[in-house]
Unconditional design. Structure first.
Length: 453
């Protein structure tokens, strides 16, 4: 292959040759009235691998991924190309949408087996976007753009692969409308907060709740965070949202404490917040102005937020930890899910994602993952919180596995600030504590069992 058209690392066609072959495939498809499928694939959180293990390991992973792609795509007419970094393109002449989805599934399945470069056991995940000539576009630039948008939809929603459709254009238009409305929402106090209680099933019986933001839109009604937070992150408006949430929650926590309610509150911060060098100083100023102790506040950040830029993320967490607040990894189990990097982080708590908890009773492998994660987290000195607990059987299972804290509809739905006070005053917390005591008597904790040995 001509070196001008070859990727030097993987020996695959590069972007220039991929474009040329796609143009040829489109021209042939137009003559023969046949389809052409284009797949764009991106490795999830690959930057984390390069930053933590080094570029030589990253290069070996790219070569291993290349080998697996070539095992799946054996037709001489197919093109597998490396566009740069961890992005690959696949051109499938003659394939329609159904065939292309079958190829995407086969690719994702081929990546399920761990890659083990130099003894590092790595689970590699990818996101794939698919566009098909002529239904999704007749020009190379249009097909590639649509495949790219579909790929990011797959990544954003953790779907593995997504086939382009017209709703993605509607999604883009809707995003502009939502963003304009969100700017007004912050200015006109349309955002509001609710608090979901948590209960310790081991350790101190402290009052704790997670603050959750909602948007009361004057026309759309109540808008869930999943419908506006991603947009806010993509446009930079998340900084204003987070500042609003921090100010209101810190003030509320301080007020509860002054009124004699010893409440601790968790607040979510995003990847964009973590990259904001001014966040620790603004957080410290809010604590001081409202007379709120840092130890009453837990800041929750997703593992993917840290993986986006580990070096910067760790520095920000260290500055926040130095102020005296608690730090938690949220949604654990939805990204690379490796506890190894947690040793580098000044965090105190690990929150198991609801998807792990929901599946643990019906799936033995899910239960094993939960058990192993709890044990490893405890070995690292972290407490473990289980989200999405909705029934007594799940609570008992988690208790037997040594989980420290639970959160979910079994305890309560998210409550307004006044409702939370009434919930505590109405002995709901006392009933939960009595329930916890009965469970302790029925199911000895793992830690107690260890002490008895």
């Amino acid at each position: 292959m001509d070196l001008a058209y070859c990727d030097p690392l993987t020996q695959l066609p590069n972007r220039a040759l991929c474009n040329d072959r796609l143009d040829q495939a489109i021209a042939a498809a137009e003559r023969n009235e046949t389809p052409v499928a284009v797949l764009l694939m991106d490795l999830d959180h690959f930057k984390y691998v390069n930053d933590t293990l080094g570029h030589p390991i990253g290069d070996r992973i790219l070569c291993a991924v290349t080998a697996r792609l070539e095992e799946v795509l054996k037709r001489r007419t197919d093109t597998v190309a490396r566009l740069g970094g961890d992005e690959f393109a696949i051109v499938l002449p003659g394939d329609d949408a159904i065939a292309a989805e079958g190829v995407a599934k086969a690719i994702l399945q081929s990546l399920e087996m761990p890659i083990i470069p130099e003894g590092h056991h790595l689970d590699i995940r990818a996101s794939i976007g698919i566009a098909v000539y002529p239904q999704h576009g007749r020009e190379r630039s249009v097909l590639l753009r649509h495949a790219d948008v579909a790929m990011y939809a797959a990544k954003r929603n953790r779907l593995g692969y997504v086939l382009w459709n017209d709703t993605h254009d509607e999604y883009s238009r809707e995003r502009l409308v939502v963003m304009n409305d969100l700017r007004r929402a912050i200015e006109h106090e349309e955002l509001r907060l609710v608090y979901q209680p948590r209960m310790a099933i081991q350790g101190p019986c402290e009052l704790h709740a997670e603050a959750l933001v909602r948007w009361q839109h004057p026309v759309r009604g109540l808008v869930a965070p999943s419908e506006f937070i991603p947009f806010a992150e993509q446009t930079g408006n998340i900084r204003a949202v987070t500042q609003w949430v921090l100010a209101r929650v810190i003030a509320q926590c301080a007020n509860w404490r002054r009124d004699g309610l010893p409440m601790n509150v968790s607040i979510n911060i995003s990847a964009h917040d973590l990259m904001d060098t001014e966040l620790p100083d603004r957080f410290a100023a809010l604590l001081q102005s409202h007379g709120c102790a840092a130890k009453w506040i837990t800041l929750e950040v997703t593992e993917s937020a840290i993986l986006d830029d580990p070096a910067h993320g760790i520095r920000s967490l260290e500055r926040l930890s130095a102020l005296g607040c608690r730090l938690a990894i949220d949604d654990y189990g939805t990204g690379y899910s490796s506890l190894a990097y947690l040793r580098r982080l000044p965090v105190h708590e690990l929150k198991l994602d609801k998807s792990l908890i929901v599946g643990m009773r019906a799936n033995a492998s899910e239960a094993l993952i939960v058990r192993s994660t709890i044990d490893l987290a405890h070995n690292l000195g972290l407490s473990v919180v289980a989200e999405g607990v909705e029934d007594e059987a799940t609570l008992e299972s988690l208790r037997s596995l040594g989980c420290d804290v639970i959160q979910g509809f079994l305890l309560s739905r998210p409550l307004e600030a006044g409702e939370l006070v009434s919930w505590v005053a109405d002995s709901a917390w006392s009933r939960a504590m009595r329930k916890r005591t009965s469970l302790r008597q029925a199911v000895p904790s793992k830690r107690a069992a260890r002490r008895g040995r």
